[in-house]
Design a protein around this ligand. Structure first.
Ligand code: PMV
Length: 354
């Protein structure tokens, strides 16, 4: 076999949904039943790094997650790979000036090495960043010419929330009409500079793996919850409009009210599932009470919280410098900065909150 290897390394941050997606209309294509809106973290925090390589010397596709080989038999990886492959173009190698014929990829195979340096499956949206990064790096490797919106539709087939990590700033993971999902893409609402005093704190309440994966949780909710239908049809469409407005106007009180309400409704829908799904724990509930009390005492919301499919919490702040110390003092948090992390990522252990 020829002895060349092409490699690409890319980094993608995770994103935090402030209007949640929960429930698929089509499980294979991963078509969300409602739009969602998220904030992409800046690339210094909760990032995944993925190196991918293609070479005629590779005999089959392989992947090592955090250095450990994992099976590629899952439909979502296969779908992403197949889709990116179908867009591959020939590559000009700058150093050697040799044209690598990648079009359609023929019998060429890829090796993929994603690294995720935060707990996976603890509800920190590692899959969002992971799949987005995988699709993006493969697309670069294969000289794919399609734009980010097309790549977001491919990443969506890996994980519904992944489509939003293709963009920075504020992003709508749109659910649209086409049955084949071609128009279920991510759309950037505002870039990362739009609201730069919005600060996001991630409180890792527990880094244990969640008991119900989002895939099976969504399936059970779709099959058994009546509240979900009401949410998807009657509540979310209106909230999406209001949230887009709040983001456009940098209206923190409206942003906070919608974010908290949507997080709570998402968890209510989980509770309305048979058997009920509990993603939050006592510490999560105490954080909610602290934030609600704080906001109530301030008159208008100063702080917002949101919880995904796990007990960890995202607390969104505005005007942090003034608020941060006061908030934590006011709520009797003992809030030790974790030496391994930084301002955007503190660890709150169960016992540290009064
Ligand atoms: O994309 P998934 O399968 O990781 O599901 C994401 C679900 C939530 O994080 C709870 C909500 C969202 O929109 O990100």
């Amino acid at each position: 076999a020829e002895k060349w290897v092409l490699t690409v390394t890319a980094q993608t941050p995770t994103n935090i949904a402030v209007i949640k997606y929960w429930g698929k209309g089509d499980e294979d294509l991963i078509l969300p039943i409602n739009d969602s809106i998220s904030v992409t973290l800046d690339p210094d925090h909760l990032c995944t790094t993925t190196s991918v390589a293609v070479s005629p010397a590779f005999t089959h596709d392989r992947m090592w997650l955090n250095g450990k080989e994992v099976s590629l038999s899952g439909g979502r990886f296969q779908n992403c790979l197949r889709e990116v492959r179908s867009c591959a173009n020939d590559v000009e190698d700058e150093k050697e000036g040799v044209l690598k014929s990648l079009k359609g990829l023929g019998d060429l195979h890829v090796h993929m090495c994603p690294t995720i340096d935060f707990p996976t499956a603890a509800g920190l949206a590692s899959s969002a960043a992971g799949l987005a990064c995988l699709v993006f790096s493969l697309a670069k490797l294969m000289n794919v010419k399609e734009d980010h919106s097309r790549l977001s539709a491919i990443a969506r087939q890996g994980s519904g929330s992944a489509c939003r990590s293709l963009y920075g700033g504020f992003v709508n993971g749109s659910f649209l009409k086409e049955e084949n999902g071609s128009d279920s893409i991510a759309v950037q609402l505002a870039d990362e500079k739009h609201w730069d005093d919005l600060v996001i704190i991630i409180a890792v309440v527990s880094s244990r793996q969640k008991e119900t994966s989002s895939t099976s949780g969504m399936r059970e909710t779709v099959e058994t919850s009546m509240l979900l239908q009401h949410r998807a049809k009657e509540v979310v469409p209106e909230r999406i409009i209001q949230m887009e407005e709040a983001i456009k106007n940098r209206d923190f009180p409206a942003f906070a009210r919608l974010t908290c309400a949507d997080s709570n409704q998402f968890h209510a829908v989980c509770l309305d599932t048979l058997p009920p799904i509990f993603y939050m724990n006592d510490t999560s509930h105490r954080i909610i009470s602290c934030v609600e009390k704080w906001n109530c005492s301030e008159g208008t919301p100063q702080v917002a919280y949101t919880f995904d499919a796990g007990p960890k919490c995202r607390i969104n702040f505005t005007q942090t410098e003034k608020l941060l110390p006061n908030f934590f003092k006011g709520c009797s948090f003992h809030f030790p900065p974790n030496s391994d992390t930084d301002l955007n990522s503190y660890v709150i252990g169960d016992q540290t909150i009064l």
